[in-house]
Design a protein around this ligand. Structure first.
Ligand code: NAD
Ligand code: MG
Length: 391
């Protein structure tokens, strides 16, 4: 039986890896919707090749180009935020949420309303709106499967286990592009240097977030929200080889580690075929050749983002939405050359200070609307902080 599949963020790194798996077995899938931000050529060529029902480009100015590219193919063209949400509402059995940033929250929210399976790469959804997202899924009989490699690893280590027997979850971190650079040198690193990852091939934003550890900060919050554990049960360790993706420690002292090559097609494929395992086109590890695996403790001075994650987990409420939006705005500022690499954490910290004092992050009720409003406000506040630093 064919399965109906939609991919939100199809033109990105996760989207393309998902399509790579689907293209190897096209007869098993009916593609409902593919969406992209601005890469019309990629979106149109994938939509035509896989005979998607609809292709949606977020940037409305590109609708004409998309229509031209799809002319005569039978694939419907659409654009804009509401078309994106409509695409997420089209009946599908499995929907990949792989838009980058808080922009992925609303379409994923809509997808859950059809009671489907949402493969969640968009970690920002859980960081900004974790408690209500999980509740929303439960209310609609939908299922969320983790796609982030660490969370897929934990999910797999928990198969057949009782979450009550879990003592701790250890999320590994490669340490990113600058793990061996002297801390003083971090102030002057360039965008190009921060955009290259030692082990993983990913989108630019998550790659820079890996160098700053903001990605790991998001993942710690994601762990808390998805698995429902306490912040003090979540640990991070630097593991430069990126072969162990996470470990789960149980109350009998056992640690279950998930080991595999750094290839997102594993986690995507696991979510695609769950609860079964199927053959996947990922490398098989040669342990003798690898020889050894290394671990080191995290240096909090090098990675101030991690202390901010602890703060978000402690404060709860809408702090996650403010944190993520301030982080996204600070990242925009770094990419634009307005602030330095280490300024990103400063911008986020100052934004959180200002907002927790005045904008009632912990008191306000969490709903999709309040999350989106805090997201908007935090970007404005972070922009003000960036303007002050830049002058
Ligand atoms: P990417 O930048 O390569 O792709 C992002 C996709 O979202 C593209 O299709 C882009 O066009 C689209 N997009 C961007 N802004 C948009 C907007 N405002 N509205 C609608 N669409 C928009 O990113 P990626 O590396 O594939 O990451 C996607 C998500 O998966 C992120 O949340 C990331 O944290 C997570 N993730 C990625 C990896 C990885 O290996 N790349 C691993 C784990 C988790
Ligand atoms: Mg990850």
């Amino acid at each position: 039986m064919t399965r109906r599949i939609s991919i939100l963020g199809a033109t990105g790194s996760i989207g393309q890896n998902t399509l790579d798996l689907i293209k190897r077995d096209p007869d098993s899938y009916d593609i409902v919707a593919l969406t992209g931000g601005c890469n019309v050529a990629q979106l149109a060529s994938d939509a035509i090749a896989l005979r998607a029902d609809v292709a949606v480009i977020s940037d409305e100015t590109l609708l004409h180009q998309l229509r031209d590219a799809l002319a005569g193919s039978g694939v419907e063209a659409a654009s804009g935020a509401s078309a994106l949400n409509d695409a997420a509402s089209r009946p599908a059995d499995w929907i990949m949420s792989a838009i980058v940033g808080a922009a992925g929250l609303a379409p994923g929210w809509r997808a859950l309303e059809q009671g489907t399976t949402l493969a969640l790469a968009n970690k920002e959804s859980l960081v900004t709106a974790g408690p209500i997202l999980m509740q929303h899924a439960a209310c609609h009989g939908a299922r969320i499967l983790p796609v982030d490699s660490e969370h897929s690893a934990v999910f797999q280590a928990l198969v057949g286990e009782d979450i009550a027997a879990v003592e701790r979850i250890i999320i590994t971190a490669s340490g990113g592009a600058f793990r061996d650079l002297p801390i003083a040198a971090l102030n002057t690193v360039t965008v190009a240097q921060a955009s290259s990852h030692p082990n993983w091939d990913m989108g630019q934003r998550i790659t820079i977030d890996s160098a700053s550890m903001f990605n790991k900060a998001l993942e710690l919050i994601e762990t808390k929200e998805f698995f429902g554990v306490r912040p003090d049960q979540i640990e991070t360790i630097v593991h430069p080889e990126s072969l162990i993706h996470a470990l789960v420690g149980f109350n009998d002292g056992a640690l279950m580690a998930h080991v595999g090559p750094p290839d997102m097609r594993h986690a995507i494929g696991y979510a695609l075929h769950w609860p079964q395992r199927r053959d996947l086109p990922v490398a098989r590890l040669d342990l003798a050749q690898i020889g050894q695996l290394n671990f080191r403790a995290l240096d909090g001075d090098r990675y101030p983002a991690l202390a901010l994650a602890s703060r978000v987990m402690e404060e709860g409420g809408l702090t996650g939405a403010a944190f993520n939006a301030a982080k996204e705005r600070a990242l925009d500022g770094f990419i634009a050359g307005d602030i330095g690499f280490m300024d990103m954490a400063r911008v986020v910290a100052v934004t959180l200070d200002k907002m927790s004092a005045h904008d009632g992050l912990q008191k306000a009720t969490m709903s999709l609307d309040t999350v989106l409003e805090i997201d908007r406000l935090a970007r404005v506040r972070a922009g003000e902080v960036i303007a002050q630093i830049g002058t």
